[in-house]
Design a protein around this ligand. Sequence first.
Ligand SMILES: Nc1ncnc2c1ncn2[C@@H]1O[C@H](COP(=O)(O)OP(=O)(O)OP(=O)(O)O)[C@@H](O)[C@H]1O
Length: 560
Amino acid sequence: MSILDSREVGRALSPRSFAVAHQRPNNSFLGCSRITDYEVLGKIGQGTFGEVHRARSKRTGALVALKKIIMHNEKDGFPITALREIKLLKLLSHPNILKLEDMAVEYPAAKITDKRKRPIMYMVTPYMDHDLSGLLDNPSVHFTEPQIKCYLFQLLEGLRYLHASHILHRDMKAANLLINNKGILQIADFGLARHYEGEVPKPHQGGGEGRRDYTNLVVTRWYRPPELLMHLKRYTTAIDMWGVGCVFGEMLVGKPILAGKSDVAQLQIIFELCGTPTDENMPGWRSLPGAEGLVLPPKPGNLSQRFREYGSGAISLLRELLKLDWRSRINAIDALQHPYFRTAPFPAKPHELPSFEESHELDRRKFHDRRAALPPAPKGGTVGRGPHDGPNDGFGSRNGMNGRPGGGGGGGGGGRYGRNSRGPTEERIPAWSRDRGLPPRPPLPASADGSGDHTDLYRDRSDRAGSGGTSGTGIGTGIGIGIGIVTGDGRPWWITMIGRGRVGRGVVAGRRFGSGRGTGNGTGTGTGIESGICIADSDCGLFSWCSIPFRPPAWLALGV
Ligand SMILES: Nc1ncnc2c1ncn2[C@@H]1O[C@H](COP(=O)(O)OP(=O)(O)OP(=O)(O)O)[C@@H](O)[C@H]1O
């Protein structure tokens, strides 16, 4: 059965079969390069994750973005959230999803004085000229309706693909939507994404019912739907659709439409816009844990009033996206069919859109002073902006590239990929919010609460924080020998290595040598030897699996 067939019947694929069914073409992922294969041109983002740099591939001349994976505490090993982001991105292939093209490794300097022992890994993606949040902050940029429709349509196309592929993004927001000067929009930042085990959305059926519990500590507050704010754990793809509604409204008015300063305030302003919950517009809301003690006199929302200047089509779609009832909230399939896209003015074609001055989170600072009315900065201070990265700085002075001045700037400790600079319930403000007043991400849970979301990010982070549980992730160097199966067309092709490791399956980067021979279109055997670094997720068992392409130059593969 093809992946499409399985989507149609809505069967929840296991993560492994999902991965197998989504295997990207071999030539779409370079493998693992050295950082010196790229010429670093400058920093474009500094978030909680660390840094994003603009760079040029010395091999192809193409502009790329390098996202550094920070390891705040080397003992914790390679962040599991980064592992998941890499694994998911490597599997996905859609024009509206940011493509992971390569991984780049920066090895520590040989000098004895260099305390850094571990290599630094960078995710390599195509360079995009803007993120939507930065673009909206640029006072010289004014979106037209055809332009908004064009971006929104692409966003929905990307999300339809993600949801049909059983993936929840869980951090839908303007800052995570990248746009280039060819008018293409791509969904980025899969650090909170995860495999979704419920049924995939079907036409005219909204988001449907959830099948299992996940943590509700996801989604940046201003884009967080009411069911999450009221602690629903059995949520669905509808949580991303709420975020689309917030982004749509933001494109219309030019700034975030639901900028709550606390979770309680967030619910309040949602109810002002969408009306207070009732048994009709949000069935079952009273039994949500977060609804306890809420006394809400029925009150209609002011959405039509607030958005009246944008016309009935926009209001109607916005209303569908911002439905309090997550079960009947419109899904991406139906949103793409909404009359809004079929009435004049029609969506622009991407190539018709104007190009703009680059707008990234660091560029945003230059717009700050020019901006008349910024939304107020949310509470929370700059928590999460942890200590200096120290040995994990990257682009070390030995290669003379980019030269982060004296290691200054803090490197964004304690972000999604780290944990040590904020308390378990603290929230933090990403770097970009300093300029635009964007909200903190969800707080870490006080404890792993056994919600059943065993593979969840926060759950894993709290495990790593020492509450027991698994032994964490690891990174190590080693050499391995494996035998495996070769599939292909008679020529050496793929071999799946099974090797014993200190850590479980995960990212393996290094040089591999091997040989194998397939029989026709069937299978065969092969042997191989690998050396390099292995970054893995220790809750996955003792054995490491890696598929090794023998066709150069791809010699990195992610285990699934
Ligand atoms: N491929 C890219 N091209 C251009 N800019 C990029 C690219 N990837 C990321 N950026 C810039 O870096 C910023 C942060 O990237 P990303 O969202 O992936 O990291 P993050 O750690 O998840 O950030 P945060 O947690 O602070 O939202 C983006 O908002 C964008 O401005």
